[in-house]
Structure formats: structure tokens, C-alpha cells
Design a binder for this molecule. Structure first.
Ligand SMILES: NC(=O)c1ccc[n+]([C@@H]2O[C@H](COP(=O)([O-])OP(=O)(O)OC[C@H]3O[C@@H](n4cnc5c(N)ncnc54)[C@H](OP(=O)(O)O)[C@@H]3O)[C@@H](O)[C@H]2O)c1
Length: 248
């Protein structure tokens, strides 16, 4: 049987990198993208991993890169869009330029990649897109004027295209990790509850995408339970709890 092929963005570090290594270890052909070419080249020394540098904010570049991938490898079965940015210190006050930048990378950047693969998947009437967003997108949080809204938009977008793409036999999965130890969270100065490693995240993502059929892959289970509750709490209770325990 020929190898399955996966395209992963945000693969130069963190969750994307660990997931690339996991899929490669499981025998998939793995195409990796991000901006830092030297990190991608290092990773592509591994068997089964191929580097295609990309800045996801550049829509034209996203289409070119995806066309190059198809020309070189012939097929892509699964895409994981994991690129993202977060500068906690820039979010404590309203900073319009920072918010625009975060939306451009976290929201529009993912849409650029979905748009790059859309026609290909629709034409072959088959495919799978997985988007790494965040459970924090489910409700507003203090001191997060860019990141949380960008993930709210992404959660909503992902659920929307789930319906639109289903008609074309294209599966859409939302991935919402809890706290994972990466360069992105290393900047947090607070104690992160239920913090997990990138290897743990990669295993959860691999199992969720290849062995289960749920719309959302949310982990660890403690975060899953907390967020199921958070999603249904009335504003009065949610606002009280966040004001008391988070907004300090
Ligand atoms: N860590 C967590 O606790 C956590 C929890 C929930 C969700 N997430 C989400 O998980 C995803 C991965 O984050 P991470 O924690 O693994 O952090 P990370 O190690 O900082 O990874 C971010 C990745 O995004 C890439 N990226 C950033 N801007 C890009 C751009 N303009 N074009 C292309 N690639 C770009 C980075 O590569 P280059 O800099 O080389 O471009 C890097 O590979 C993000 O979407 C994040 O929001 C993380």
C-alpha cells in the first residue's frame, strides 16, 4: 500500500513539529511548512519528512507552495494547520496593530491554507483538514485582546466549513489543546494547569485523527471537562468566576 501524505503548517517547532515527527514515525510521508527554513531543513533530515517553507499570511505563497507539494508528491490526504502566534505582554492593553497581526497569522493565515487546498480536495471529492485552534476561543478572557478573539474566530470558522465541506466528502476536525509546553507558552508567567509535553499532544492528535471520528480533539481530559462546563455556564457565573480567579 502506498504511504499516506500529510501537510503540516507551523511545523518548525512546538506542537506542529512533534506531530510531524509522530506521523513520520508512523510511516506517513510528511510535508512541513513554516517560515524558519533552517529549522525545517533540520527536521527534514528525518526519513519521510520534506520541507516547504511558507509564510501563511501570504495567500499567493500558500497556493504556490501547495501546488508545488502536489506536483512533487502527487497527493495529500490530510492537512494539519498548526501555525499560530501569541505575545502575552502585547495583549495586556488594547493595541490595534498587535490585534491585527495576531488575527492575520492565527485566523487569516489558516484561511489562506484552507483556501489553498479547497479546490484540490473538492475536485477529488475527498480529503481531511484539521485546524489547531484553542479552547480559550470559546469564551472571552481578560488580558487577551488578540489571541483569544483570533481563536474564537477560528473555532467558529472551522465549525462552519465542517458543514460546507462535508458535501464534498472533506472531513474537518477542530483541535483544541490545553496547555502544552512550547515556545508559545514558555512566555507565560503564571502556573499553567495540567501542562503537557508536545509529545503527549502529538500522540493525542495522531490518535484523534487516525483512530477516532470526532469533530473536536480536545485534551487533556481535565481541560475537556472544564471547557464543556465553561461553554454552558451562564454569563453571570462565568464572569464572577473569571473576575475572582483569573483577572488578578
Ligand atoms: N502551546 C499551547 O499550550 C497551545 C494551546 C492551544 C493551542 N495552541 C496552538 O497550537 C499552535 C502551535 O503553537 P505551539 O504552542 O506549538 O507554539 P510554537 O512552538 O511557537 O509554534 C508556532 C508555529 O507557528 C509557526 N508560525 C508562526 N507564524 C507563522 C507564519 N506567519 N507563517 C507560517 N508559520 C508561522 C511557527 O513557525 P515559524 O516561526 O518558523 O514561522 C511555529 O512553527 C498555535 O496555533 C497555538 O495557538 C497552543
Amino acid at each position: 500500500m502506498s504511504k499516506k501524505t500529510i501537510w503540516i503548517t507551523g511545523a518548525s517547532s512546538g506542537i506542529g513539529k512533534a506531530t510531524a515527527m509522530k506521523f513520520a514515525m508512523e510511516g506517513w510521508k510528511v510535508i512541513i511548512s513554516a517560515r524558519r527554513t533552517e529549522l525545517l531543513n533540520e527536521l527534514s533530515k528525518n526519513e519521510n519528512i520534506y520541507s516547504y517553507p511558507l509564510d501563511v499570511t501570504n495567500a499567493v505563497n500558500a497556493k504556490e507552495v501547495f501546488n508545488n507539494i502536489i506536483n512533487d508528491h502527487g497527493n495529500v490526504n490530510l492537512c494539519i494547520f498548526s501555525s499560530g502566534t501569541y505575545e502575552r505582554k502585547s495583549e495586556k492593553e488594547l493595541n490595534v496593530e498587535n490585534i491585527k497581526h495576531v488575527m492575520e497569522v492565527n485566523f487569516i493565515g489558516v484561511i489562506n491554507c484552507v483556501s489553498a487546498v479547497e479546490k484540490y480536495y473538492k475536485t477529488k471529492n475527498n480529503g481531511h483538514i484539521a485546524i489547531v485552534s484553542s479552547p480559550v476561543g470559546y469564551r472571552g478572557l481578560p488580558k487577551s485582546s488578540g489571541y483569544t478573539p483570533s481563536k474564537a474566530a477560528l473555532n467558529n470558522f472551522t465549525q462552519g466549513i465542517y458543514f460546507d465541506f462535508k458535501k464534498f466528502n472533506i472531513k474537518v476536525t477542530l483541535i483544541t489543546p490545553g496547555f502544552i509546553k512550547t515556545a508559545l507558552t514558555d512566555k507565560n508567567e503564571f502556573k499553567m494547569p495540567f501542562l503537557k509535553s508536545t509529545k503527549y499532544a502529538a500522540n493525542e492528535i495522531f490518535d484523534g485523527l487516525t483512530k477516532n471520528n470526532n469533530f473536536e480533539i480536545i485534551f487533556p481530559y481535565q481541560i475537556k471537562l472544564i471547557y464543556k462546563l465553561i461553554q454552558i455556564l451562564p454569563n453571570k457565573i462565568y464572569n464572577y468566576l473569571i473576575s475572582k480567579y483569573v483577572n488578578r
